[in-house]
Design a protein around this ligand. Structure first.
Ligand SMILES: Cc1cc2nc3c(=O)[nH]c(=O)nc-3n(C[C@H](O)[C@H](O)[C@H](O)COP(=O)(O)OP(=O)(O)OC[C@H]3O[C@@H](n4cnc5c(N)ncnc54)[C@H](O)[C@@H]3O)c2cc1C
Length: 330
């Protein structure tokens, strides 16, 4: 039997999770459909150990703890959370939309798209034979810090994510070397200041030319960039390559609805409505003048979208926007 929902939220990152909470406060029958095995979006998948500094009211919160807190917040309402289920199509019909995943179809009155940059995968190290080391000495994210405890670790990359990973590893690893092919880092000035104040050994400008097994360790063969010098060898226990991510937003291209997109970002108005009546979009995957791709921004957009949906499609259920008047919980 096809399930019927008031609101379907596609994507269970921080924006989608907060939209689900807000929909719960409005007593909307809501499902969250997330393609990854766990909720939490980029925070959970890419930087669970990072200390996030720019979420209001939380001066410093670990990514993992922020996601756990959001999950706890969701427990207050009888929401349906479907993980490991990518939405492969949204089809308009008289009652709203049919939502299709590989496992099932369901029916919904309105949709909130919160897919971030789409399904993301790390940019791989382009060195022959690298795959053989993946998961043993070579990683694309320092997700579980315990793997790196008391190890000599090299992090490769020059952006915020690479600096983040190096700083995250510093307190647990025996040593951390940050390798970049340019002399300057692309990261935010604040991050570079933190890096300069840390014990991370910065090695620039070098490129990884080859990897060789060295017992249980890894011999990383480095080529100095722009210099006619001999390659150098550095033996490490673990190598974390942080060259950024490629995002696949193509899933939306296959949907039956034609959303106004530019560079894979969905255009929305000030109520987070897309060009398709009944479909709203929030979080990193949307675009409007002044948009900032931040957790806090997605948190702000979520109530706007939910409120707009409730006003338009469920005016009889429209309530005041303050949480204390929507729930009896103190
Ligand atoms: C290394 C790094 C550090 C960062 N640090 C900060 C920081 O300190 N502060 C800050 O504010 N922001 C930071 N950000 C940005 C922040 O993570 C994003 O702004 C935020 O995650 C966006 O949330 P979202 O819910 O819009 O999207 P996402 O977190 O990308 O979540 C989208 C979810 O949708 C799912 N999805 C995609 N397609 C489908 C589909 N077809 N069906 C079902 N599910 C789908 C994805 O699997 C994903 O879980 C950082 C980002 C990175 C990469």
């Amino acid at each position: 039997m096809t399930e019927n929902y008031d609101i379907t939220i596609v994507g269970g990152g921080p924006a989608g999770m907060f939209a689900a909470f807000y929909a719960g406060m409005h007593n909307a029958k809501t499902q969250v459909v997330e393609s990854l095995a766990e909720l939490g979006g980029q925070i959970n998948a890419l930087y669970p150990e990072k200390t996030i500094l720019d979420v209001a009211g939380l001066p410093a919160v670990k990514g993992r703890d922020l996601v756990a807190a959001q999950q706890e917040q969701l427990k207050q309402f009888p929401l349906t959370i479907k993980t490991g289920a990518a939405v492969t199509n949204i089809t308009p019909n008289e009652a709203g939309f049919t939502v299709t995943t590989a496992k099932e179809t369901s029916q919904t009155r309105a949709v909130i798209i919160a897919v971030g940059n789409g399904a993301f995968t790390p940019r791989k190290l382009n060195v022959a034979g690298a795959d053989a080391f993946t998961g043993k000495q070579l990683f694309y994210s320092a997700r579980d810090l315990e793997t790196f405890r008391d190890q000599n670790v090299m992090v490769a990359g020059g952006g915020d994510a690479a600096i983040d990973q190096a700083l995250m590893l510093e307190p647990v690893a025996k040593s951390v070397t940050l390798l970049h092919r340019r002399a300057q880092f692309r990261g935010l000035a604040h991050m570079v200041d933190l890096l300069n104040a840390s014990t991370v050994n910065v090695k620039t400008p070098y490129l990884i030319r080859d990897l060789q097994a060295a017992g249980d360790q890894l011999d990383v063969i480095l080529k100095p960039v722009g210099a006619d010098a001999e390659p150098v060898h550095q033996i490490v226990d673990k190598l974390v390559v942080s060259y950024g991510f490629t995002a696949d937003h193509h899933a939306l291209d296959a949907w039956d609805v034609d959303l106004a997109e530019d560079h894979r970002l969905i255009a929305v108005d000030s109520t987070m409505a897309t060009n398709v009546d009944g479909i709203y979009a929030i979080g990193d995957g949307v675009m409007y003048p002044g948009k900032q791709p931040l957790i806090a921004t997605g948190y702000g957009e979520a109530p706007v979208a939910v409120q707009a949906i409730m006003s338009k499609f469920f005016p009889d259920r429209r309530g005041p926007v303050h949480s204390t008047s929507l729930t009896t919980k103190q």
